[in-house]
Design a protein around this ligand. Structure first.
Ligand code: CMX
Length: 448
């Protein structure tokens, strides 16, 4: 989008100057002390990365440039439904907010959606992969990651680097590639669905629909429903895509894209790497796991299961050394506000609110939290967003659980790619933290 790029052209030098001043005047100022527990404990709480799009508070949840989810839902431009009614916040409006820190106007968001639509079509080499080139039995996340990586074939960033473009200018090419990737992600996801399950309209049709106009989500919603207009589905997807756009920088997918991008790998390769992390069951794949878990529990216990039956089922899971998917979080210590936002959306939908699996997920909260508290290990015994999303999507007909992480992957690109543009704009260096061996840690505490 030219308007978004023009705004970044104004904002980037300002922030780069602030960063230079901070680095020059306070470069040796300590941020915190690093403990052994952090070094051997997955770097929890270790402040070691610059990330602009959003910040996560353990109790309040995510804030996008200071705005919490309720404020975003209120202030960001919204979709227009087919019947003319106002829908939910648009993910492309969230992209604008994440990238610039500013609330866009409706006109700016429409312009951005138009620019994305213009680039929605996939190149033939990517289509080939998604039209039988990759085996249908390959996990949809692997297909997504391969298709995204394939776009590196035409990366403007990689070409600019090869030509020796000034480092200060590289953000412009990162931006071009990022918009290209965001434009093509819905068609890629539609292509993955068709290739893996033989369902939906596929990549070509999804891109064609995008070019007919409308917002970024509508073509994907239609492609996934096989062209059927399902009331509430496009809004459910828009909300999902906006909510999952960014979750600060330390989570596996965001950190991966940041790390790989810091080696000046182009945005396609950086984001493809991030998707491989998102495919981990403790991260994005949890959405797939939750639905399978809730369905299996529903089938095992029947529709009339009592609270005691459910409690017993959960204890069996914990006692067999497994986790309760959809509960817990590396940073959050309260119910995930994204969970609450989807629950609110579902409860206000006449059909979704009566869906048995959606209802079971709501009911589970009151039972699983005390069980996890009694179990005593989990730092956060409350539900995270993955607990809710699959139940919503299956209701609208997207029943193939492995696709949930693919939809997550479409969304998370908003935050990861935005940060990639900023990282190059701010001239951030290659990441290279120091590792230490157990021996070094042991020697360090001798006599302490
Ligand atoms: N069920 C059972 N045990 C759990 C648990 C859960 N939902 N969540 C955490 N625990 C356990 C951990 O496995 C750990 O046990 P060990 O000491 O035996 O290793 C202990 O509680 C402490 O873990 P923690 O500090 O509470 O959590 P972590 O920061 O290590 O991990 C997370 C966070 C999300 C990986 C973990 O809570 C989990 O596995 N949850 C289930 C999977 C899930 O829902 N993932 C989605 C997260 C959201 C996202 O990234 O999108």
């Amino acid at each position: 989008s030219q308007a978004l790029r023009a705004r970044l052209e104004e904002l980037i030098p300002q922030k780069a100057a602030r960063l230079q001043t901070l680095k020059k005047e306070y470069g040796s100022h300590p941020v915190q002390t690093t403990t052994i527990a952090q070094v051997v404990g997955g770097m929890r709480g270790m402040k070691a990365m610059l990330w602009e799009g959003s910040e996560l508070d353990a109790n309040e949840g995510i804030r996008f440039h200071g705005l919490n989810l309720e404020e975003c839902a209120e202030k960001l431009p919204k979709a227009r439904n087919v019947d003319g009614s106002e829908g939910v916040m648009l993910p492309e409006a969230m992209l604008w907010l994440i990238m610039t820190g500013e609330i866009p106007t409706t006109e700016q968001v429409e312009g951005l959606a138009k620019d994305l639509a213009a680039q929605a079509a996939l190149p033939e080499y990517t289509l080939k992969l998604l039209e039988g080139g990759l085996p249908s039995s390959l996990h949809p996340m692997t297909q997504l990651s391969i298709a995204v990586a394939s776009l590196n074939h035409d990366s403007k960033f990689a070409q600019a680097y090869e030509k020796g473009v000034n480092k200060k200018e590289l953000w412009k090419y990162a931006y071009e590639d990022s918009i290209t990737l965001l434009a093509k992600l819905p068609a890629i996801a539609a292509g993955v669905y068709k290739n893996a399950y033989g369902k939906g309209l596929g990549a070509r049709k999804c891109a064609e629909l995008a070019q007919e106009g409308g917002d970024w989500t509508q073509p994907l919603a239609l492609a996934l429903s096989g062209g059927e207009e399902r009331k509430g589905w496009a809004d459910c997807l828009r909300l999902y895509l906006a909510l999952h756009g960014d979750h600060e920088g330390g989570n596996v997918s965001a950190h991966t894209s940041h790390l790989v991008g810091s080696a000046l790998a182009d945005p396609f390769l950086s984001y493809s790497a991030a998707l491989n992390g998102l495919a981990g069951p403790l991260h994005g794949l949890a959405a797939q796991e939750v639905l399978t878990f809730v369905k299996t529990m529903h089938d095992a216990l029947g529709a009339d299961a009592s609270d005691t039956d459910i409690e017993g089922y959960l204890w069996d899971v914990l006692n067999s050394g497994r986790v309760i998917p959809g509960y817990g979080h590396g940073v959050l210590r309260k119910t995930d506000p994204r969970f609450t936002a989807l629950a609110k959306f579902g409860s206000s939908s006449p059909t979704l609110s009566s869906d048995p699996l959606f209802r079971l997920v709501q009911r589970l909260q009151a039972i699983a939290t005390p069980v996890l508290q009694k179990h005593g290990k989990t730092a956060n015994p409350f539900p995270n967003v993955d607990s809710q999303s699959g139940a919503c999507m299956q209701h609208f007909g997207l029943e193939e659980a492995p696709m949930y992480t693919v939809v997550f992957g479409v969304s998370r690109a908003l935050g990861c790619l935005s940060q990639g543009v900023w990282s190059r704009g701010l001239g951030l260096p290659i990441e290279r933290p120091k590792s230490v061996s157990l021996r070094v840690l042991e020697e360090g505490v001798k006599g302490a």
